[in-house]
Design a protein around this ligand. Structure first.
Ligand SMILES: NC(=O)c1ccc[n+]([C@@H]2O[C@H](COP(=O)([O-])OP(=O)(O)OC[C@H]3O[C@@H](n4cnc5c(N)ncnc54)[C@H](O)[C@@H]3O)[C@@H](O)[C@H]2O)c1
Ligand SMILES: [Zn+2]
Length: 455
């Protein structure tokens, strides 16, 4: 059925479907019925549809692109005997074998957050030296204020000076979400797409920024306005980096974890409710004398659930074509709020303020009981997250939701919790409810509340 005739805009249109078949070192269009699938023909998953109308010819190309990437939790990533950082991204066993037996040194270009370099620089350098790697380490102040195209271009200059081989030498990014986002964008621009590896060193980047495909920098005073959907070749996650993260930044990461809990995992919510303080105290580390073995169990359960729930939402929607996304919870109002008060609020803190307000919207809409609302807000306070902010005005909320309408195909697509650990997307929340929720939110939470928890 290669040739089809269809009416289109009142003009007769003939569309022919072609498969693409490899013939020696070239590809040829072949009608489907002429393709010999059982024998020699190597058929591409791509197709070309040729339509001829009175006004001209159109070739429609359907070219499926598959991204394969690994997210690996490992221990001792900078232990010289662990080769994950250098070879863990390679999927072809033959290529791996070839590299192992070759005596050519491995070359790697590494971009690392300046503060992380201060703590882990000696260990990293030793790791590379012992493994006989030819390397360049670029330590940069990758802060939210510096998350710009300018910094991406600085990185690209250095990458170019290193004469990187884009096929064999993935760029390695080590740092928090800012570093990973900037390096990811730089890599996706260099020679149109150079593989890169993410090594998250904050909790937020461990469970969120490392797991998906998004890269970006801030532009025109908007968060992540320039970016690409290009996943890393691999993300290598080692919880031991988190031990040096400040307590405030642990809370920051817990906000994104709480997002996944509220949207789709009641047990994760209960875990955070029960063990949030312990996770803050132990910084997700194992050998904590105060809490012993239970800290290991809670930490590994929490990160595992957060990562798998995140992957469940991202993998089928890597390019965010489906605009109905539960992972957007906490991200409707927070981007302009975060930019407005920069650097006063961290990303996760702004997200939490957004989630806190939305919990009130849910309760006002009859989707959450008063008791459930209280439990969520108490959990947030227990995680030492801000639940209210004076700059989060009704005006900002309304403007954010209007902007959302513009960029989300005319619907607001508001993810809201409907009970603990379940959520749905809503398009019909009225202004009356938004206003009532805002008033109640301010009345109840504006004299907030530092987290207060005893170990
Ligand atoms: N790509 C995505 O899907 C995605 C998802 C979520 C967030 N993000 C982005 O991530 C960014 C926030 O990431 P973040 O919270 O990791 O912030 P960050 O990168 O600014 O890091 C936070 C602070 O911690 C320091 N730091 C990092 N690792 C450390 C360590 N191991 N020990 C001590 N200090 C350490 C950094 O120097 C920095 O001062 C935002 O820009 C956000 O847009 C991206
Ligand atoms: Zn986020």
């Amino acid at each position: 059925m290669g040739k089809v005739s269809q009416k289109n805009n009142d003009t007769e249109e003939n569309t022919t479907e072609f498969n693409l078949v490899r013939v020696k070192s070239t590809w040829k269009c072949k009608l489907p019925q002429k393709v010999n699938k059982d024998t020699v023909d190597c058929v591409s998953p791509a197709k070309i549809y040729e339509s001829i109308t009175e006004t001209g010819t159109t070739w429609t190309v359907v070219s499926p692109i598959i991204f394969t990437y690994k997210v690996t939790e490992t221990q001792g990533l900078l232990d010289p005997s662990n080769n994950t950082l250098l070879l863990g991204h390679i999927t072809d066993p033959q290529q791996l074998e070839d590299i192992k037996i070759s005596n050519k040194p491995i070359r790697r270009f590494i971009v690392i957050d300046q503060e992380v370099f201060k703590i882990y620089g000696i260990k990293l350098t030793k790791y590379l030296e012992v493994n006989n790697v030819v390397y360049k380490i670029l330590a940069l102040p990758t802060t939210e204020e510096n998350k710009s195209m300018e910094m991406a271009l600085n990185i690209l200059n250095e990458v170019n000076n290193f004469s990187l081989d884009r096929r064999m030498e993935p760029i390695i990014a080590i740092g928090g979400g800012v570093c990973l986002d900037i390096v990811g964008l730089a890599a996706s621009l260099y020679r149109r797409r150079t593989p890169y590896i993410r090594v998250p060193t904050t909790l937020l980047s461990y469970i969120d920024a490392s797991v998906g495909a998004k890269t970006g920098v801030n532009f025109a005073n908007c968060k992540n306005k320039l970016g690409a959907y290009i996943p890393p070749a691999a993300a290598f996650l080692d919880l031991s980096f988190i031990q040096t993260v400040s307590r405030r930044h642990i809370s920051n990461g817990l906000a994104e974890m709480l997002k996944m809990a509220l949207m789709k995992h009641r047990s994760l919510f209960e875990l955070l409710e029960k063990h949030g303080c312990m996770l803050l105290d132990t910084k997700f580390q194992v050998d904590n004398s105060l809490y012993g073995h239970s800290s290991l169990k809670a930490a590994s359960q929490a990160t595992r659930i957060a990562i798998t729930t995140m992957l469940e939402e991202l993998a089928p929607n890597l390019w965010e074509d489906d605009l109905n996304r539960l992972v957007d919870f906490g991200h409707l109002i927070s981007p302009p709020l975060e930019m407005k008060v920069l650097p006063a609020l961290l990303h996760g803190e702004a997200v939490n303020i957004d989630m806190s307000y939305m919990v009130y919207v849910s309760q006002e809409s009859g989707l959450l009981t008063e008791e459930e609302k209280q439990r969520i807000i108490s959990c947030m306070v227990g995680l030492e997250l801000p639940v209210w902010h004076e700059e989060c005005t009704l005006e900002l909320i309304e403007k954010s939701l209007q902007d959302r309408l513009k960029h989300s195909g005319g619907l607001v697509r508001m993810p809201l919790p409907v009970g603990l650990g379940q959520a749905e997307i809503f398009n019909n929340i009225s202004y009356e409810i938004l206003h009532r929720a805002y008033k109640k939110w301010c009345d109840e939470l504006s004299i907030s509340s530092d987290g207060n928890c005893d170990p």
